[in-house]
Design a protein around this ligand. Structure first.
Ligand code: UD1
Length: 417
């Protein structure tokens, strides 16, 4: 399965191009089936979850192949509207195929998506949104049987601005006759990227980035090319790593507006940060101070996905920082592992209190989940001595080449099989 071996205590220097966004490309891959033709994706990250999406697309009868750095999907050969259980279990975002298949085929059959390490992650909002559009959904034996029923454009309201439910509703609405308006939509930049993709395909979608998104109804589609947006969470991870280890790094191909809350926290912690339209430069002495409470919230609030890596960067800060995790119930599993390195963190329900310590010591730890694993890497880079990080398959779900990227910045990190 492999481990990351990290010798901490080295500053990071240099510049880096940030990979395409996992949370953007996965719904976009589902959306490729809305067009019976070819979609070319540039800047597509090579990730395990992307491989899982490719397997689903092929199962549906589509062609999906890498051509250099591009991923080319031809959905003209799609024949099937069912996804078998073993493919659905591979990742949670497989559920976004529900709206896409329903939109294309008028029916869909799939099982509940893969389990998740962040506590309960129901799909009730996804199903409620599709039902509001008129879809008929039977649940039984872990399978979902969906038919278009009297599906047509309508006004629908999400009770929580869920990212996944917004994406599923959006893809379903593209297959409906008539105008759909989604109220209380998620405002994450990845929704905006999905909108750009759908527009390039010919769909008339607007409002992404605000809480009201509209789709004009079924539209003729055509072949398209799309460049996947940069991954703001990977960028946040590398900024947190430089903040903790010290040094000076420029991240290229990043939209700093997507990172404003993370940048504000790192600035408050004592980092010097300069951002232009498409690059962020961070300078850190590695000596940070605690910051005001960090409360995770839907975009544009502080991203839950960056909570663990920011926490890892503040373990040696002077003072205390309080974290409040408002999105997921079980998102502090990295805490016990960080404490093995000498961190002082106390958790009570949704609140974690980090008291800065003098030093961290390298240790053998486990990646508990994707971002928790990234937090382990950040902490190990600022710890004294050697760390071994196990269960790195979690990290590889979201980071294309974390070892290569950090090595290029001067970190002493390797992958041991
Ligand atoms: C997406 C991201 C994930 C990120 C999260 C928050 C993808 C594939 N995943 O997840 O990496 O951490 O946004 O930015 O893009 N909820 C329900 N019922 C539902 C759906 C959600 O109760 O049907 C709840 C969730 O449990 C959670 C909250 O709503 O408490 C927000 O979840 P949501 O925005 O849907 O996150 P995901 O789409 O699962």
């Amino acid at each position: 399965m492999g481990e990351f071996i990290i010798e901490g205590g080295r500053p990071l220097r240099g510049s880096l191009q940030v990979q395409g966004a996992k949370n953007s490309v996965l719904p976009i891959l589902a959306a490729t089936i809305l067009h019976s033709g070819v979609s070319v994706l540039h800047h597509c990250p090579r990730l395990r979850d992307v491989d899982a999406s490719i397997r689903i697309l092929r199962q549906l009868g589509c062609r999906a192949d890498w051509e250099g750095d591009d991923l080319v999907v031809d959905a003209s050969t799609m024949v099937c509207s069912q996804i078998p259980d073993h493919l659905m279990r591979e990742m949670r975002s497989s559920v976004i195929f529900l709206g896409a298949i329903l939109s294309r085929c008028g029916e869909a059959e799939l099982s509940l998506p893969g389990g998740c390490e962040l506590g309960p992650r129901p799909i009730d909002l996804h199903l409620a949104a599709l039902r509001q559009l008129g879809a008929e959904i039977d649940e039984g034996g872990g399978r979902l049987h969906c038919r278009a029923g009297d599906m047509c454009g309508r006004e629908i309201t999400l009770s929580i601005p869920s990212v996944g439910a917004t994406e599923n509703a959006l893809l379903t609405a593209c297959g409906c006759e008539g105008v759909t308006t989604i109220f209380n939509a998620a405002r994450e930049p990845e929704i905006d990227d999905l909108q750009r993709f759908l527009r390039a395909m010919g769909h008339q979608v607007q409002g992404a980035g605000t809480s009201v998104v509209t789709v004009a109804g079924r539209s003729p589609t055509h072949d398209l090319e799309h460049t996947v947006m940069p991954d703001r969470i990977v960028a946040a991870t590398y900024l947190a790593a430089v903040a903790a280890a010290g040094g000076e790094v420029e991240l290229k191909g990043v939209d700093y507006r997507h990172l404003s809350t993370v940048i504000a926290a790192l600035h408050e912690a004592g980092c010097r940060i300069h951002s232009t339209g498409s690059a962020v430069l961070l300078r850190s002495t590695g000596e940070l101070k605690g910051v005001r409470p960090i409360r995770t919230a839907p975009y544009p609030g502080f991203p839950t996905d960056a909570q663990a890596v920011l926490m890892a960067s503040l373990l040696k800060s002077k003072g205390t920082t309080v974290f409040v995790e408002n999105i997921f119930e079980n998102r502090y599993r990295h805490v016990d592992e960080l404490c093995r390195m000498g961190a002082d963190i106390r958790v009570e329900g949704r609140v974690a209190v980090v008291c800065g310590v003098e030093r961290l010591r390298g240790a053998a730890v486990e990646a508990t989940d994707l971002r928790g694993g990234a937090a382990m890497v950040v902490a190990a880079l600022s710890a004294e001595g050697r760390s071994r990080i196990g269960s790195i398959h979690h990290v590889q779900r979201g980071y294309e080449n974390i070892v290569g990227d950090l090595s290029a910045l001067g970190a002493c990190i390797s992958l041991e099989a």
